[in-house]
Design a protein around this ligand. Structure first.
Ligand SMILES: [Zn+2]
Length: 188
């Protein structure tokens, strides 16, 4: 139970069924800023700091308040968002960038390969790591790419943070799409 402020009264709402829900937060300029929890989105709307642009079908109810779950909210003021063009590198994000597909054979990936092997000075970077299936990983071993039969399906790159956040969401709501520029959509 999370307290939310409505008028002068503090109400409690049951959020349990909505824990997995997320809301797309836009700047006043409609620039996508981040993906936030439904709880934070509702609090922004109730505080008058944001307006709801799209709702999901679900409704939050308390004794004194009924509110549709926001799917997209837009801030009523401008925030200067620091532009970061490289997402933090971690395992789940890397799999999301590569759509869980082996970047050598296209089968489902279940491990990570260093393109330039660690034993030959390869680093943990977005540009040197790809999702990979076990058979390819084992066969490539610590060979240099040029000395192996393997070819990358595309050059590994560092995606934008929000692109990773969107890709890691299991089901991207349809109503987010018109607010997400192509640069924030990962390409296979
Ligand atoms: Zn493979």
């Amino acid at each position: 139970m999370v307290p939310a402020v409505a008028g002068n009264s503090v109400v409690n709402m049951s959020w349990r069924s909505l824990l997995s829900e997320r809301t797309l937060l836009l700047n006043v300029t409609f620039q996508p800023l981040s993906i936030i929890s439904v709880r934070r989105a509702v609090l922004l709307v109730l505080a008058g700091k944001a307006e709801t642009l799209n709702c999901s079908d679900e409704v939050l109810r308390s004794e004194s308040l009924e509110i549709q779950v926001p799917s997209v909210v837009r801030l009523n003021y401008y925030v200067r968002a620091p532009f970061r063009n490289r997402a933090p590198l971690h395992r789940k994000a890397l799999f999301a960038r590569d759509f869980y597909l082996c970047q050598y054979c296209g089968e489902r990936a279940d491990c990570i390969d260093h393109v330039l092997p660690v034993s030959k000075g390869g680093r943990n970077t977005w540009e040197n790591m790809v999702a990979c299936c076990r058979p390819c990983n084992a066969a490539k071993a610590d060979l240099l790419l040029e000395n192996s039969r393997f070819k990358l399906r595309r050059a590994p790159y560092a995606p934008q943070p929000l692109a990773v956040a969107v890709a890691m969401k299991a089901d991207v709501p349809l109503d987010w799409e018109c607010y997400l520029p192509a640069a924030l959509t990962l390409t296979a």
